[in-house]
Design a protein around this ligand. Structure first.
Ligand code: PRP
Ligand code: URA
Ligand code: MG
Length: 207
C-alpha cells in the first residue's frame, strides 16, 4: 500500500468533519471542500521545485523564488472540480487538464468519458484532483491516461482515501504521491467509503 501523506492539521480535520456531516448543506459542503483543498494543496506543494530569481523591493534587490516547472491541475470530473475551484487561485498560471470518469453504479468500475490532456504534462508538476479514493479504479485510470500523455511527476490530492484504493494505486502506479486528509477503514457493499462522506459529486453539485 502506498504510504500517503495524511494531513492531520487541526483545520484540515475540522473542515473534513463538516464534509462528513450528513446535514451539511450543499453550499456549506462546497465551502468546506474549498478550504480543505487549499490546505491539502499547500501540503502537496511543500517540496515543489522552485527556481531562484532576483526581485527588486522598494529598498534593494534580493533573492526570491519562482516556479521551476509548469503546474498542471487535473480535476477528475465531476467532483474534482470542487477542489480545482479553490486551488486554481493559488496557482493562477496553472494549466487545467480535464479527465471525465464516472463509476458504473452496478460494478463500481471506472467508465472514462472525456479527456483533454495538454502537451505541457511532460515537463510539469501534475496534481490530480478527486475528493474520493475508493476502489482506486478512477484514480488508476486517470493516472494511466496522464502517463500515456507524458506525465511523470504526479501527485493525487484526495479528501478521503481507504486501504483498497491506496493498494490499487500502489500496485499500478507506485510512483504517485498521495496527499489526503483521511484513510478511512474501508468500503461498504456498494463500494462507498465508510465512514466517508457519501457521494462527493452529488453533495458538491446538489444532484
Ligand atoms: O475509487 P473509485 O472506486 O473509482 O471511486 C472514486 C470515484 O467515484 C466518484 O466519482 P463518481 O463516479 O461518483 O463521479 P462524479 O464525480 O461525476 O459524481 C469520485 O469522485 C471518484 O472519481
Ligand atoms: O464513498 C465514495 C465512493 C466513491 N465515490 C464517492 O463519491 N464516494
Ligand atoms: Mg459521484
Amino acid at each position: 500500500m502506498i504510504s500517503p501523506v495524511i494531513v492531520v492539521h487541526p483545520l484540515a480535520q475540522i473542515h473534513l468533519t463538516e464534509l462528513r456531516r450528513q446535514h451539511t448543506s450543499c453550499g456549506q459542503f462546497r465551502w468546506h471542500l474549498q478550504r480543505l483543498a487549499e490546505i491539502l494543496f499547500t501540503e502537496a506543494t511543500r517540496s515543489l521545485a522552485t527556481a531562484p530569481v532576483r526581485v527588486q523591493t522598494p529598498l534593494v534587490e534580493t533573492a526570491g523564488s519562482a516556479f521551476a516547472r509548469s503546474v498542471v491541475l487535473v480535476p477528475i470530473l465531476r467532483a474534482g472540480l470542487g477542489l480545482q475551484e479553490a486551488i486554481l487561485p493559488l496557482v493562477p498560471e496553472a494549466t487545467v487538464a480535464h479527465v471525465g470518469i464516472a463509476r458504473d453504479e452496478a460494478t463500481a468500475l471506472p467508465m472514462p468519458y472525456y479527456a483533454k490532456l495538454p502537451a505541457v504534462l511532460k515537463e510539469a508538476d501534475v496534481f490530480l484532483l478527486d475528493p474520493m479514493l475508493a476502489t482506486g479504479g478512477s484514480a488508476c485510470s486517470a493516472v494511466t491516461q496522464l502517463k500515456e500523455a507524458g506525465a511523470t511527476r504526479i501527485t493525487l490530492i484526495c479528501v478521503v482515501s481507504c486501504p483498497q484504493g491506496l493498494q490499487a494505486l500502489a500496485a499500478q502506479h507506485p510512483d504517485v504521491t498521495v496527499v489526503t486528509a483521511a484513510v478511512d477503514p474501508g468500503l461498504n457493499e456498494r463500494s462507498y467509503i465508510v465512514p466517508g462522506l457519501g457521494d462527493a459529486g452529488d453533495r458538491c453539485f446538489g444532484t
